[in-house]
Design a binder for this molecule. Structure first.
Ligand SMILES: [Zn+2]
Length: 329
């Protein structure tokens, strides 16, 4: 996956962040002017427990216990307890990391497939960009689902993969798509009149289910005060952005646009063929899920996660300052 140009690896909030040009802070230690880093919307939402994860951990622990029965019967309860627990407390870099990696796969749930799908749908809409190579059987199935959906919808794409900024909240993120959508079928997806185009902020999802935190994410992106647009160096209002990534200096130029007025906010949920827990086939699908009516609550959800994220970063920085203070004495 390519990372947005303004994104930086470390935000100080436990994940990726953004260095938006023109947002600076003064270092209390040196008095120097530094780039301010905003946490990314995804970093903020890492604070929230992923639904389904607890059950998955319970399942895995139960499976581990069942396969270790003879061992567990032969040792002290305390030892057996620690042995089962150990699976969940150890570091992913240590032996047994594959357990954690499997967990990551479940959580990420085909994140890369989603990226591929996004590029593919954009190419399909504008008719100019190159179609990416489908990466897997799953992608092929999702493309089929998309084509079927697209046959019944007319899309005008205004923007794709764009960086949004909210300076009031101090966050930035990448939105998938800014589309005007017309439904060419009965019972329009966004409640619009027949033949009417609706300007919609769309986030593409390829996870097994759509969860509340997808709504929080949509609300965060919808809160855009500014949209960053990359321009050539000679543009009269260009502001320069500079970062170092993998030892290389990356320089780019940007202007700030006001966000458009979106009428609806929706998730485009695309899935390949899958099986439910009983082994029944869930055929591939592509469906537009309108989230507009609950955007007020999703916004509260996002701000809750943001408060938690900022608080934890502050706790960490205080603890660090205390350690430094102790070292001095
Ligand atoms: Zn529709």
């Amino acid at each position: 996956m390519t990372h947005p140009k303004l994104a930086v690896v470390k935000s100080g909030f436990g994940g990726r962040g953004y260095g938006i040009p023109g947002r600076t802070r003064v270092s209390p230690a040196t008095g120097k002017t530094l780039q301010r880093i905003y946490p990314s919307v995804t970093t903020v939402l890492k604070q929230i427990n992923k639904p389904g994860l607890h059950q998955w951990i319970a399942d895995q622990t139960a499976a581990k216990a069942v396969t270790s029965l003879s061992y567990l019967q032969g040792c002290e309860q305390e030892v057996g307890y620690r042995a089962l627990r150990f699976t969940w407390s150890r570091n992913s870099n240590e032996a047994g990391g594959e357990v954690r990696e499997y967990y990551e796969r479940v959580v990420q749930d085909a994140a890369e497939l989603g990226t591929n799908m996004h590029e593919w749908s954009e190419a399909d809409i504008d008719g100019m960009s190159e179609y990416p190579e489908p990466m897997s059987v799953e992608t092929d199935e999702m493309i089929e689902a998309w084509i079927e959906w697209h046959e019944h919808h007319t899309i005008i794409s205004h923007n794709q993969e764009f960086t949004i900024v909210n300076d009031t909240l101090g966050i930035a993120g990448t939105a998938d798509a800014d589309w005007s959508i017309r439904c060419d079928h009965e019972g329009p997806c966004l409640g619009q009149e027949p033949g009417q185009f609706v300007r919609t902020l769309v986030d593409l999802k390829t996870a097994r289910n759509t969860w509340n935190d997808h709504g929080y994410q949509l609300a965060a992106l919808a809160s855009a005060e500014v949209i960053m647009r990359e321009v050539v160096e000679t543009h009269p209002d260009a502001i320069k952005a500079e970062k170092t990534e993998a030892g290389k200096k990356v320089i780019s130029f940007w202007v700030e646009d006001a966000p458009p007025v979106w009428e609806r906010y929706a998730l485009l949920h695309i899935r390949p063929d899958d099986y439910d827990t009983q082994g029944n086939l869930i055929p591939r699908f592509c469906v537009l899920k309108d989230r507009t009516d609950d955007m007020d609550l999703y916004r509260i959800g996002f701000e809750g996660a943001l408060a938690l994220c900022k608080m934890e970063a502050e706790l960490k920085s205080r603890a660090k300052a205390r350690t430094k203070e102790t070292e001095k004495h």
